[in-house]
Design a protein. Sequence first.
Length: 440
Amino acid sequence: MSDESPLITSLRAAVAAAPGDVPLRLHLAQLLLEAGNSEAAVAEAAVALTHAPGDPQARDLMLRAMGGPAAPAAPVAPVVPAAPQTPSVQPPVQPPSSREEFDWQAAEQEVGDVVPPRFVAPDQPDAATGFERPLTSDGSGDAGDADAYDVEAPGGLRLADVGGMQEVKQRLEAAFLAPMRNPELRKLFGKSLRGGLLLYGPPGCGKTFIARAIAGELGASFMSVSLSDVLDMYIGQSEKNVHEVFRMARRKAPCVVFLDELDALGAKRSRSHHSGLRNAVNQLLIELDGVEGDNEGVFVLAATNVPWDVDIALRRPGRLDRTLLVLPPDEPAREAILRYHLKDRPIESVDLGKLVKVTEGFSGADLAHLCDSASESALMDSARTGTVRMINTKDLLAAAKQLRPSTEAWFASARNVALFANDGGMYDDLLAHLKKKRKL
């Protein structure tokens, strides 16, 4: 481009600053064509057509740049900045009948490396991502279709990867996993390959992590669903979304459907003033019963911090009829969590034994925050003194002293429910824990 005229060089800079200015780009293409640079003129005309498909001036310029016959066209006038005006609708220019038909397919192939395709056909890779973008059943490509839900393939995470929490693992094995792993015994005792389990407990204690580990133990796909995936402003769409979730799970069976924050998705209908949410709960009950489809191989896990706010119909036998209390991590679990959050930080002489003892009742999220606070303290000291120092036991113990376990507020609320609303013995394990910790 070193032999280009100063005017063309200036126009290139102007086009780069305003890529959507079609008249300016066409003026540049006209000057390039007059200067004998047909290839560059074709590229500029092609880009102009992507911004203004069907523009007669751009098509005519493209035709002349490609060497085809064209009707005499008036030169493109230099672009002069003017006040914005309301665009007028012009009738399409009809080409003369004597004009030879232009081969647009050949032109498109020639400029294909300059201008990406405007549309992606079904089952063809998206130019931006390289992945397929399948259209939905109605051709809309709407993300609400079941094909848009993320279904994770069976992963390598197992219960052995969950630090400590032996009591939780034993209860999971006895009440949920053992029957699923033994098809002969299951067949003998008439146990269906389906099930529902409700995980409840203080926030930040690893309920989601345990659900993923259960999916790994079962060798099943994993599908996480929250309120935002289901609730829709349009009448009937929320119920359809619930149905599509289970349709996808049945197609991917064996599959674990994880209903996160069940108190939001399956709230008590008597307290709900949103008709869409009530209808979504009704549809969820239908899907759990498998009335409209066979749920064989679909395992439903749910998690909530407030099981007393979940609609009671969801917890009746045959649905989410088994419950498991997920308590704050015990000592082995706390040590594993602390090791994980400190492994990539600059530490020296950290006594995890001391730290584990002073973090009784801390949730996994609390422990992560503790490590962040200690790291921040060491960082601020390093910035103040100008000398980098490592994170030590003193930083971590000081951070632990400043923090209060976030689980205390949850146990204060759960205590009253366990004492006065323990219908059917659902909270017997919570009562046993409170008595053990002398919180009753």
